[in-house]
Design a protein around this ligand. Structure first.
Ligand code: SAH
Length: 513
């Protein structure tokens, strides 16, 4: 859809969904990317801000459990001020903006100032959290209606605007928002007005997030259970017989890695694929970039090789970074995939081959064993005496491939195509989680991720913070590095892929239940 030109400012009121960043709408994500200014809530997952433009101004307008960080009137004023400056403003709110979200008031203000706006609906907590708890809000065998109710009201019948009698006598499912503090009054009102005390109840805190907590009971005992468990907001309360379905239908908090926190030490520019795989198994993932991939100090070696690409018989890639760096350079030099001509290509594993395919090229050779030694072994079946091989590599790449191929009589050119640098520091959120012992498992997907993390933390702190954690390594070389650094390795897959590593972590924890 062509966007309106916003000469006089424009406000997008966007529902961010209940927590899982995947639950924002396509339109919502699109609008975040259009904004000059983003005002976001406490309940809106901050991860969504990565869809923002680099130069967008980010303003936290959070409300933390009633202690309003900014008063609603201040938020309204800010919205109006920014829009009147001609800015495109995104107001990012938890759940749906029009369900207990003050979205109505914000729009009234905008309308009064003749500021144009668009409302992007979101998955409200009642819908999202119930789904992730395995509770269908309606079900033909149980009930045909559902009501969303605020639990943040006086419960004295004279002042409450809630019709407790009707709510209680109807057979519908009730979903209370903001009701944890008032749980004793809510449950008492419902019982007094006629709901049976045995009615099932579920409390869902931080629904759809990896730290979702669910507590179930009945109208008679849930308030006391919540008190004993120290159950806190933000949570919704679901009342009704449908709650019993959770036993059969829970699918999210029963995933194998649910409740586990996994630290992924990864290259900064690497796609979050490993994190997604772990999250799909229910893990809470913390990412700690340990490598920064940057261009080489000089492109002379690589450029020289590229200028005589036609001389080479083989091109060998031992990492996805090498593929990316090589094709970037081709592009910079005004060339494209055709420059490779009849030269054959070997990749170290399926990921590298996949990236290569995105450039329209299929690998001719891939070892069974996805590492440098495997590449060398794969070539022993071919006669490469006198053959010219180009091996664009990282500055810290091991010598195994060039040495092994030379030994077989090949002539190897191995220019540096990229460098691996350490980032400046470990992110504070990661340090805090390690210090507070919240992390269960740390993963290493290359030797350099381990050595760089040790460098970043310093040897003592590395061992103090990581000792005692489950260590998962992608393969024997990385494991050896981990051991040299003083760690014990608990998980190592037979196949050196992220999918296999994920599966191995799952079976490790399964075997420990
Ligand atoms: N507009 C939001 C609701 C804001 S009111 C929406 O549509 O979801 C704030 C209340 O929403 C909280 O007190 C809690 O009851 C509920 N809530 C929001 N996010 C939640 C989550 N992830 N899990 C459980 N309850 C949530």
């Amino acid at each position: 859809m062509p966007e309106i030109t916003h000469k006089n400012g424009f406000v997008y009121l966007i529902g961010a969904g209940p927590g899982d960043p995947g639950l924002i709408t396509v339109r919502g994500r699109e609008c975040i990317g259009l904004a000059d200014v983003i005002l976001y809530d406490y309940l809106a997952n901050e991860e969504l801000l990565r869809h923002a433009r680099q130069d967008a101004e980010l303003i936290y307008a959070g409300k933390v459990g009633g202690a309003h960080n900014r008063e609603q009137s201040q938020i309204n004023e800010l919205l109006i001020q920014k829009a009147l400056e001609g800015k495109i403003v995104a107001r990012l709110k938890g759940g749906d903006p029009f369900v207990f979200g003050r979205g109505g008031e914000e729009c009234e203000e905008l309308a009064a100032h003749r500021i144009p706006f668009e409302v992007v609906p979101g998955v409200t907590a009642g819908i999202g959290a119930a789904a992730y708890a395995g509770i269908p809000l309606t079900h033909r065998d149980f009930t045909t209606s559902v009501a969303f109710v605020t639990g943040h009201e006086g419960h004295d019948k004279d002042v409450s605007t809630i019709d407790w009698e009707r709510l209680s006598l109807g057979s519908g499912t009730l979903v209370f928002y903001m009701g944890i503090k008032n749980l004793p009054q809510i449950t008492a009102s419902l019982i007094t007005q006629g709901r049976t005390p045995e009615t099932p109840v579920a409390l869902i805190r931080w629904g759809t997030r990896p730290d979702q907590k669910v507590l179930t009971g009945t109208l008679a005992d849930i308030a006391e259970k919540a008190r004993k468990n120290g159950f806190k907001a933000p949570a919704i309360t679901v009342v009704g017989d449908v709650v019993t379905l959770r036993e059969k239908l829970r699918w999210f908090d029963s995933r194998p890695l649910f409740g586990r926190t996994v630290l992924v030490t990864r290259a900064a520019d690497q796609a979050g694929e490993f994190s997604r795989l772990l999250e799909a198994q229910g893990a809470r993932v913390l990412e700690c970039p340990t490598i920064r991939v940057v261009p080489p100090e000089s492109f002379a070696g690589l450029d020289d090789a590229i200028s005589r690409l036609a001389d080479f018989h083989w091109l060998v890639f031992s990492s996805a970074n090498a593929v990316a760096a090589f094709f970037d350079r081709l592009n910079c030099l005004g060339l494209d995939s055709r420059a490779i001509g009849p030269c054959k290509i070997c990749t170290v594993g399926p990921k590298t081959a996949e990236l290569l395919r995105s450039h329209g090229i299929r690998a001719d050779l891939m070892p069974d064993d996805y590492k440098g030694e495997g590449v060398v072994a794969a070539f022993t079946d071919l006669d490469i005496r006198g053959r010219k091989i180009l091996f664009p590599r990282g500055d810290r790449a091991r010598d195994v491939i060039p040495a092994g191929l030379q030994q077989q009589g090949a002539e190897v050119t191995a220019p540096v195509a990229y460098r691996n640098l350490s980032p400046d520091a470990v992110p504070q959120a990661v340090l805090t989680a390690l210090e507070e012992r919240q992390v269960d498992c740390v993963t290493f997907t290359a030797s350099s991720t381990a050595t760089n993390l040790a460098d970043l933390l310093g040897e003592n702190r590395f061992l103090n913070l990581l000792g005692g954690l489950t260590v998962a390594s992608i393969g024997p070389i990385t494991s050896r590095t981990c051991r040299e650094l003083g760690l014990e390795v608990h998980v190592e897959p037979r196949e050196y892929t992220l999918a296999a590593l994920t599966a191995e972590i799952v079976s490790y924890y399964r075997s420990r239940i």
